[in-house]
Design a protein around this ligand. Structure first.
Ligand SMILES: Cc1ncc(COP(=O)(O)O)c(C=O)c1O
Length: 494
């Protein structure tokens, strides 16, 4: 009997596939040494109780793959020229072969940046979840999206079989600059736009393009995890800079040797303050004087409820020192994985090359659909609709908090999709309130839950409780906050 062959009859894998894989394993492990004569197909089929044809086809397959050789009437043999050293054949009676077990090591992230970056779904759904950073799945423009998908597919021509421009589909880049002019006051040429797989890829493009090891990158504290971790992963020295109620504190920036400063001026992530105009102008002036680039992450600027949005840094920039980062993760959905960079003219070439090196460009179909979605006015209409819904939910959250807890300190409620409730210094910490809430099926978030990161340094870290409101309707918000008030009575918090 050919040793070690056991076939399972009612397995989902065919007998032939099992036999091929078993014989392959035996040959590679040295159980069947090079030059061994295989049993005749008739004999093996008899011993295994399978059809001869199955054995013949299996041998044919292994001959085609180079494991076996047919020597005419002499029979079928294990290929004699297979290298014994790679076939698990013992070396004890031969000269021992030195085996180098070292492999290229993975680029280590320092311990400081080793917190989990993956935004995994929680194992169990929390019934009243104020999770931050997620749009309401029910408001995804499904009908229109499906129609556009059909239309674009019907007219795709070679678009799905050819490579496109790595910077992105021209129609989308054109639609984006038109949208940015209108919505954010940014004057850019479609050439300056690089379509990327969300802000996360945008940050990777910037880091890869501009950050040789040890480049100093200054980030807000607290900041978006992604920004700190991506730059750190490229070997940059990531430095925390405090924020106050006008945004990034410029006194925290040195005068020399800074490569990049990364900010979220519209709605500081995660605290929510808006960078004042004064601070914006001073930051640009600082960048111009010190030869640094400013990365402006405008992740949720589509939602502004009170006052008019301040002009984007990229709109105020006259010197070409702002790299603007936009995303559709908040306005439409993170599953699309579409964002974009608007780079100063001098970086167009390097940014395109970098993007090409990463993946030669984003998928065509989603770009084509999104381009039409924006150019046809559907995006603006969608934004008007969701803005209205989120505004109602935000208002419901604020009034429920005030009704139940009195004069609460809220930050970041003018825009975006979440707000920060600064708990009183002397009351229970954000972590304690979070745990109390969880016991009543209400999810609220602290600075340690991601995707925020503060180097352990944010002065008010124990007080900051984050509540995202797009995914709960007004009734649900009312129930959730009442539960919270029952669990953590107001005297402790007000
Ligand atoms: C500050 C900030 N920037 C960017 C993003 C989103 O990145 P992406 O476009 O890769 O989904 C998030 C998501 O949570 C964020 O909080």
């Amino acid at each position: 009997l050919q040793p070690g062959i056991e076939l399972v009859r009612d397995a989902p894998v065919s007998l032939q596939a099992q036999l091929v894989s078993r014989l392959r394993e035996l040959i590679l492990s040295g159980g069947l040494a090079p030059g061994t004569r295989m049993l005749a197909s008739r004999e093996l089929s008899r011993q295994l109780g399978i059809s001869r044809n199955t054995v013949v086809l299996s041998y044919d397959r292994l001959i085609a793959e180079g494991y076996l050789e047919a020597h005419g009437p002499a029979g079928t043999f294990v290929t004699s020229s297979l290298p014994e050293s790679s076939m698990g054949i013992g070396t004890s009676d031969r000269q021992a072969v030195a085996i180098d077990r070292s492999r290229p090591s993975t680029r280590p992230l320092s311990r400081r940046f080793a917190a989990p970056i993956l935004h995994e779904r929680p194992k169990e759904r929390i019934p009243f979840d104020f999770r931050i950073g997620r749009p309401d799945a029910r408001s995804f423009p499904l009908k229109r999206w499906r129609r556009l998908l059909d239309e674009k597919l019907a007219k795709a021509g070679k678009a799905l079989t050819e490579y496109g421009n790595p910077a992105g589909l021209y129609e989308l880049r054109k639609a984006l600059v038109d949208h940015l002019r209108e919505a954010r006051g940014i004057e850019a040429d479609p050439e300056q736009v690089i379509v990327v797989g969300g802000c996360e890829e945008g940050l990777n493009v910037v880091a890869r393009m501009l950050c040789p090891s040890d480049t100093r990158v200054y980030v807000e504290t607290p900041c978006y995890q992604g920004v700190a971790f991506v730059f750190a992963s490229y070997g940059a020295a990531v430095k925390p800079v405090p924020i106050d109620d006008e945004g990034l504190c410029l006194d925290g920036l040195p005068d020399k040797g800074v490569g990049l400063v990364c900010v979220t001026p519209s709605h500081q992530f995660p605290i929510g303050v808006t960078m004042s105009l004064n601070r914006r102008l001073r930051l640009l002036d600082w960048a111009r004087r010190n030869g640094a680039y400013v990365v402006e992450d405008d992740y949720d600027s589509d939602f502004r409820y009170t006052g008019s949005p301040l002009m984007a840094l990229a709109a105020l920039d006259r010197e070409g020192c702002v790299i603007y980062l936009g995303t559709f993760s908040k306005s439409i959905g993170a599953g699309l994985r579409i964002g974009y960079l608007v780079v100063p003219p001098e970086l167009i070439g390097p940014a395109r090359e970098t993007k090409a090196l990463i993946n030669l460009g984003n998928p065509w179909l989603e770009q084509a659909v999104l381009a039409e979605f924006i150019a046809s006015g559907s995006f603006a209409q969608h934004l008007r609709r969701v803005r209205k819904t989120y505004l109602q939910r935000r208002d419901a959250l604020i009034s429920n908090l005030r009704d139940n807890f009195g004069d609460v300190e809220l930050l970041g409620e003018e825009g975006g999709m979440h707000l920060t409730w600064m708990l009183p210094e002397r009351g229970p910490s954000a972590r304690v309130v979070q745990n109390e809430c969880l016991s009543r099926d209400v999810g609220v978030y602290t600075i340690d839950d991601g995707p925020a990161f503060d180097f352990g340094k944010y002065r008010r870290r124990d007080q900051a409780l984050f509540l995202g409101y797009p995914c709960l309707n007004e009734d649900e918000i009312g129930v959730a906050i009442r539960r919270l008030a029952e669990q953590v009575p107001s005297p402790n918090l007000a």
